[in-house]
Design a protein around this ligand. Sequence first.
Ligand code: SF4
Length: 346
Amino acid sequence: MPSAPIALRDAEAALLDHREYIGRDLAARLVALEAEHLPELLSLAHRVRLAWMGPAVEVESIISAKTGGCPEDCVFCSQSARYHTDVVREPMLPAAQLVELARRTRALGGTEFCIVVAVRGPDERMIRAVIEATLAIRAEVDIEVAASLGILKAGQAERLAAAGVHRYNHNLEAGPRFFPRICTTHSFEDRVETCRRVTAAGMELCSGGIFGMGETWDDRLDLAFVLRDLGVHEIPCNFLNPRPGTPLDGAELLPPLEALRCVAVFRCVNPEAVLRYAGGREVVLRDLQAYGMLAGANGIIVGDYLTTLGRSAETDLAMLADLRMPIAVRPLTGTRGRTEAAIVAS
Ligand code: SF4
């Protein structure tokens, strides 16, 4: 039997034997592995996930608490007011309804409930509404609350953290060089600044991207390493599901095996993050969805996404049961502190 390529052996030694982060050069060598070695890369990513994060899978639901009408121009997004899409604008849901939806998420085994709104950033009224909902959910449901409210101004992150929002989602979406091609109304640096505000306020940072928007592997690695440098706690891996009416309408779907390589490489670069399987996996991976859970993912969004339908939560939970993957009873943290793991192998 031929031996594994040197890149795989180097990555295994760094990540599993020495528990070191890998550097950019080694990550690029993993990306360049021939297709015949993809199963070995997926296997390595799965073992890295088990070694650094354990076997449990974090289950989360997201709820669009205010839908559509966003003034920004993100080309993948059907919630932008600039495009003619089938998204129906909805005002902010009341706190009582959010409590009920959080209760349902808990009943499915979810440990985190994320309140998402489609805005550039929250105004005072919205911050107050989210704080009210967060306090109500925490008082009535045994679940952690996360929020995704766009670009935060000074002081807003601290107020959300004080109300009990434990994790804040703000996706970088793409690497810095590619970002101007997907959004012109705010910058990559605007997004990074909000990520920094989140961690400075003591909330866990949830930030990821969308694969399949026309970016190169260099762009993907840029994103993976910026996220690691930001100390990201959770990375949602979304796959472009081109929405009718947006500028990316009609874009080709990412091939399933390339999507799996994205998951595996992101796991190898970010061994301590919760890698969450998110939007678009149904259309991009189709019958290969379970492979993503064997390629480094250890989180999953169950139920519907913000503007598209996911498959049923029961189907995803049955998949986890078939894979013998336990559902985390509390949100996951890495098994080792980031400072200890700051050595980098290239
Ligand atoms: S800021 Fe968010 S909601 Fe608004 S268009 Fe961009 S991705 Fe969509």
